[in-house]
Design a protein around this ligand. Structure first.
Ligand code: SF4
Ligand code: SF4
Ligand code: SF4
Ligand code: FES
Length: 684
């Protein structure tokens, strides 16, 4: 190919695009040049000198992390001179570094330890006293131990460039240089932990994880964060049915290694002291612990009696439960309970968007579109707080590709810093000429754009005459999947009209139903008194709704079950059970047991996630996706309808919770980490 550069690295012919750095060119032929300060995606620092290589015709050794390739270049990475340079660099980095890997939290996964083993000297020649400073706590989740720091500035750069926060800097010079937090002695930031994860040594450590275990003692399970709708993959480190840490260092999933505070730390709700571990039954007005057998028997009996007595049912599903659970629940409601009174809390107007896109060229955007497309228009939302991954992707697109970002929001947002144009309010039309000049556009909008407003927006996009894609923001891990799976009275799975009017959430709460079944939702939040005769609630905690139930069935969290969820961008990903919590069961299993107890299991089929998903693939358009993609940790995008949706769409029912970075609906109350950080109290 004419536009590739030819060079030789350690005698091997290499062809790479112009401007490729030697360190990256070497990787393409499997040659690893050791590095500390270099980090893909961040600006170059050339701070550590670990990557020195010999280059023919150059008088001195060069840093491979800053040197672009050139035609005919000859690079050597394993000469005696290079090896000697690495040894000296390590000796220099270790002059003030404690030599106590066995007691350091990073031991076993430390880049400095690995390099010292591979390239370092066998013993230290340094006998002088080292400069010692005590460890500091920057926040409940970020600890800093200055003597271990090798001043690679990865943490400073990831916070500034990656997150757009800039909460870390360097103070002092020379041997007393130190990383310092933004507010005197502490951090006020996103508390995302990216700085800790990216630190190559044990200088930055996590308050939620440090000194609890060693990396090789954990089982690492990749699953999906259950908090917002962005769909970050998180790899949970578990030991003895406990989740000890979350990160995504293998960079699989739609988020690469990005996680916000919720994905990295807020799994901790799972072992909150108030977690339900036994079914509860109301006896003489009080909820009492009973066996699973007794609780299931009561539910099955009351459901069966209600059916035979011609009573009325209402079913409220969840934005957090899996696609399989939502599908099975609506099937249970429609085929066994014979009701269309089934709904959930709608947090974005997906229905109007899909309907309005009918016959248009515009389509749905993925998370990677936010990184790759030339221009992005953000409408309404404060993405950095409400959809951190999407904000991160747009920022990276701007940094790496100089994407044009247009912001139309009521208040100042983080995207303002690099926006091509800012409109305070809602007048996106004033951007028409600028947007028309773009080669392509992704529009991201929140729940303030719904119904006719949203149709107007889609028409506006169409009138620009450029390719446009959309992301309709929804709140939670499976808000989108709940709609796709038919958790609405008007629509069956796959957006087929149900043909029969059913009640919405508010109507069900007000009605004198014979039985109300709430699975993973808290509709009584904010003080509501039940009107139904019989209330069954499946949940992890004794929520306001569960407190008024006749039967409470303890449910497993997303981290304790298998299945799939669909992100705000319509990307289906796999949940993998990381741990088991005693007493709790996945909602799918609970529903299956109720069906079995009622003698209707054969109508609904096996309550096995894989079997239910096989049925979803056949029933829900867009879900007939390549299984190996999601089975191996990837994401498959769905476009579940292509045509008008011939029912009343009820945009008036759409209402986002607008959770910020440190909140997560009812679930967020039970996360110790979310409640411990100062920013939560500053209510950002
Ligand atoms: S926790 Fe996140 S936001 Fe806070 S300093 Fe570290 S990288 Fe920056
Ligand atoms: S704290 Fe870690 S990431 Fe930050 S400069 Fe020091 S060694 Fe590098
Ligand atoms: S951005 Fe959303 S999905 Fe990703 S880690 Fe944060 S809360 Fe979880
Ligand atoms: S990796 Fe090249 S100077 Fe640090």
């Amino acid at each position: 190919m004419a536009d590739l550069v030819n060079l030789t690295i350690d005698g091997r012919a290499v062809q790479v695009p112009p401007q490729t750095l030697v360190i990256d060119a070497a990787k393409t032929v499997g040659i690893e040049i050791p590095a500390f300060c270099y980090y893909e995606g961040l600006t170059l620092a050339a701070a550590c000198r670990m990557c020195l290589v010999e280059v023919e015709k150059m008088p001195k050794m060069m840093t491979a992390c800053t040197l672009p390739v050139s035609e005919g270049m000859v690079v050597r990475t394993e000469t005696e001179q290079v090896k000697q340079a690495r040894k000296y660099t390590l000796e220099f980095l270790l002059t003030n570094h404690p030599l106590d890997c066995p007691v350091c939290d990073k031991g076993g996964e430390c880049e400095l330890q690995d390099m010292a083993f591979r390239y370092g000297a066998g013993e230290s020649r340094y006998t002088e006293e080292k400069v010692h400073t005590p460890e500091k706590q920057f926040s409940p989740v970020v600890f800093f131990d200055a003597p271990r720091c090798i001043l690679c500035f990865r943490c400073v750069r990831v916070c500034n460039e990656g997150l757009g926060v800039g909460a870390l800097g360097v103070v002092n010079r020379g041997v007393v240089s130190e990383i310092a937090p933004n507010v005197g002695d502490h951090l006020e930031c996103d508390e995302c932990g990216a700085c800790i994860d990216i630190c190559p040594v044990g200088a930055l450590t996590s308050g939620a994880y440090r000194y609890q275990t060693r990396p090789w003692e954990m089982v690492h399970v990749g699953t999906i964060c259950t908090h917002c709708g962005d769909g970050c993959k998180t790899t949970l480190g578990t030991r003895n049915d406990q989740i000890i840490r979350g990160n995504n260092r293998d960079r699989s999933g739609i988020n690469g290694e990005f996680l916000c505070i919720k994905g990295r730390y807020a799994f901790d709700f799972y072992d909150h002291a108030e977690r339900l571990q036994s079914p509860l039954l109301r006896v003489n007005g009080k909820l009492e612990e009973v066996s699973w057998a007794r609780a299931l028997q009561v539910v099955a009996q009351r459901f069966t009696e209600t059916i035979s007595g011609g009573g009325s049912f209402g079913v409220i599903g969840s934005n957090h439960t899996s696609n399989e659970e939502n599908y099975y629940l609506q099937k249970f409601a429609r085929q066994v309970l014979k009701t269309n009174h089934i709904d959930h809390h709608r947090t974005g107007d997906v229905l109007t968007l899909l309907d309005a896109l009918s016959g248009k060229t515009a389509k749905l955007a993925t998370v990677s579109d936010l990184y790759e497309r030339k221009a992005v228009l953000v409408l309404g939302a404060d993405l950095a707080l409400e959809h951190p991954l999407l904000s991160y992707q747009i920022r990276a697109n701007y940094r790496h590709h100089q994407a044009h970002v247009y912001v139309v929001t009521p208040e100042a947002v983080r995207e303002d810093k690099y926006a091509a144009a800012i409109v305070r309010g809602r007048d996106y039309e004033s951007l028409r000429e600028k947007l028309k000049a773009e080669p392509e556009l992704v529009i991201v909008f929140d729940d303030s754009y719904k119904g006719d407003e949203l149709r107007k927006l889609v028409d506006f996009a169409e009138s620009l005459g450029i390719p446009v894609k959309f992301i309709c923001l929804v709140d939670y891990a499976n808000s989108r999947g709940a709609i796709d799976m038919g958790l609405t009275p008007e629509l069956l799975p796959g957006y087929a009209p149900s043909g029969e009017a059913g009640m919405h959430v508010e109507e069900m709460l007000e009605a004198q139903l014979s039985a109300l079944w709430v699975v993973g939702a808290n509709p009584f939040k904010g003080g509501f008194t039940r009107k139904t005769n019989f209330l069954v609630v499946q949940d992890m905690f004794l929520t306001e709704t569960a407190q008024q139930a006749d039967v409470v069935l303890p449910a497993a969290s997303a981290y304790e079950k298998n299945g799939t969820v669909t992100s705000t961008s319509g990307q289906v990903q796999r949940l993998t059970r990381a741990i088991n919590t005693m007493g709790a069961k996945p909602d799918l299993e609970i529903m299956g047991f109720i069906a079995r107890e009622m003698g209707v299991a054969a109508v609904l089929g096996p309550w096995v996630p894989e079997t239910v998903f096989a049925e979803i693939r056949k029933t829900v358009r867009g879900y007939d996706i390549a299984m190996p993609v999601i089975a191996t940790g990837g994401a498959a995008q769905t476009m579940p309808v292509n045509g008008r949706i011939p029912v009343e769409l009820r945009p008036d029912l759409v209402q986002s919770d607008h959770n910020g970075l440190f909140a997560s609906g009812t679930l967020g109350r039970y996360s110790k980490v979310l409640n411990s950080v100062v920013e939560n109290r500053l209510s950002r």
